[in-house]
Design a binder for this molecule. Sequence first.
Ligand SMILES: [Zn+2]
Length: 323
Amino acid sequence: MAASIVGAVDWQTEVSGFCRCPGEALHTQQNGKKDCRVSVDGAPTIYCFHASCSPVVAEANRRLRRELGDWSWEIALPGGRVLRNGDVLQASGEVLPREAVQARARAEGRDGGEQVILETVRVMAERFAPEMFERFHWPFAQIVADSPLQVSERDAEDQFRTWLKLWPAHCHVWIGDVFSSGKPEHRTHFRPIADWYQIGPCMGNFTCGSAFKPGSFRRCNENLNGQRFLVIESDTLAKDEVGAVFAYLNRRLRYRLHCIIDTAGKSLHAWFDAPRNRTMEARLKAGLTAFGCDPKVFTYSQPVRVPGAWRDGKLQRLVWLKE
Ligand SMILES: [Zn+2]
């Protein structure tokens, strides 16, 4: 039935394989054999790495879900396992039954249909990860070379001031060390942008991707004040690998990229606009986790490295900055 919509499928597992994108005629970049995938478990989904085909893909997805969702079907898997419509095949080979998906939805206070989407995003991201890392490969040296503004060689003070400009002037931003939070005397670490221009990054190596309410002295989600960035990092991906995730978010998912910071340690941090709403945030979280990025980035009061501060003799610095 999937093949009747997308044509021949090069099945990679019992439930998922590569296919020709139904919106291929709209592609503006070169086509690859592994650009588009169809999965029939969970919420049946056609997913393509190109962005230009999305209206046609969305229509094909409606059809696929209608035709596969209208009746009860099952697939016999090796080893006596059975996958019914709505069940999700895990990377481990286990079948996550649709009843378990619904139980998870209830436990997390989420709509059942949305929970199926989340489970599907997770497994599709796992299936697609090798293609994503290959297709969006963006090694560290290339990131530096591609920066619209040449920033990596700027001195510490310039780094810091350049980064401050990413914030609207009225924002109150925290800068400190991890424990400079929680007591009234820590109020001095929460200051408006204009104050930080005068002071510099001497009060600590860390900041947050979110602004805080004036008068805050505790870095917690209750004190957040609207303006926020989504800071993506990974504890497991190397500097030459994680760029693929940044490029994918920026070029395919169209999240606006503001800057990339070299933490003077093993990792890079990319600052993006935060997702538009909770639903998008949860889907992004499911996908990013599958790509090896840390879900703690979705705690908006999480400390992250501030550019212009020194870490063991090395400068935390901007290496990519938007125009
Ligand atoms: Zn496509």
